[in-house]
Write a protein of this length. Structure first.
Length: 190
């Protein structure tokens, strides 16, 4: 297992659409292990393969709050098959857009089908933070970031800030708005 480098905005790879996994083999399982290690190290609660530069439809998630009882979920070729009409709003963050948080409204619940690490078909009913996290991660597989769900003004501002910082070889600084809810991907508590 190894910790991989995380791709940061405005890397164009984050806009790419990922390809389905043809077969869940040992190579995919090794990738899942690296993704989990990278996510826990960040620390984060979700990571898509494209965030470590691999254009495959693979996601790892762990929204468990207890550090001693990890509950990793591995989603291969995930598909959202249903979303609720009810919506909920979470302050989201992304490991590819460090230290930036913004509220995003999404369906409050969803159903997702996927292949697990044994290649078995599974289905999962999601609500709360898990529903938001699943939607955020599956967006990544389609080249969509959470900032694509916020106002154009705010989006342009954050992209500009990261683009400038990338040119200078630095990370941008943000005054984060901190709430009580954990953001997606990166928990708010530091
Ligand atoms: Ni993300």
């Amino acid at each position: 297992m190894s910790i991989r480098d995380i791709v940061i905005l405005p890397d164009p790879v984050l806009k790419e659409v990922c390809a389905p996994v043809a077969a869940v083999d040992d190579e995919v399982r090794a990738l899942l292990d690296d993704m989990l290690e990278t996510m826990y190290d960040a620390p984060g609660i979700g990571l898509a393969a494209i965030q470590i530069g691999i254009k495959k439809r693979i996601v790892v998630i762990d929204v468990s709050k207890d550090e001693d009882e990890k509950a990793p979920i591995c989603l291969i070729n995930p598909e959202i098959t249903w979303t609720s009409e009810d919506t909920s709003t979470y302050e989201e963050g992304c490991l590819s857009i460090p230290e930036y948080y913004e509220e995003v409204e999404r369906p409050a619940a969803c159903k997702v089908t996927f292949l697990d690490r044994d290649g078995k078909e599974q289905a999962l009913d999601c609500d709360g933070l898990l529903a938001t996290c699943v939607q955020h991660e599956i967006d990544h597989l389609n080249g969509v970031l959470f900032i694509d769900h916020i106002s154009r003004l705010k989006r342009d501002r954050v992209i500009k800030k990261f683009a400038k910082a990338a040119k200078r070889g630095e990370m941008p600084e943000f005054k984060s708005r901190r709430g009580n809810e954990p953001a997606t991907e990166r928990p708010l508590a530091e």
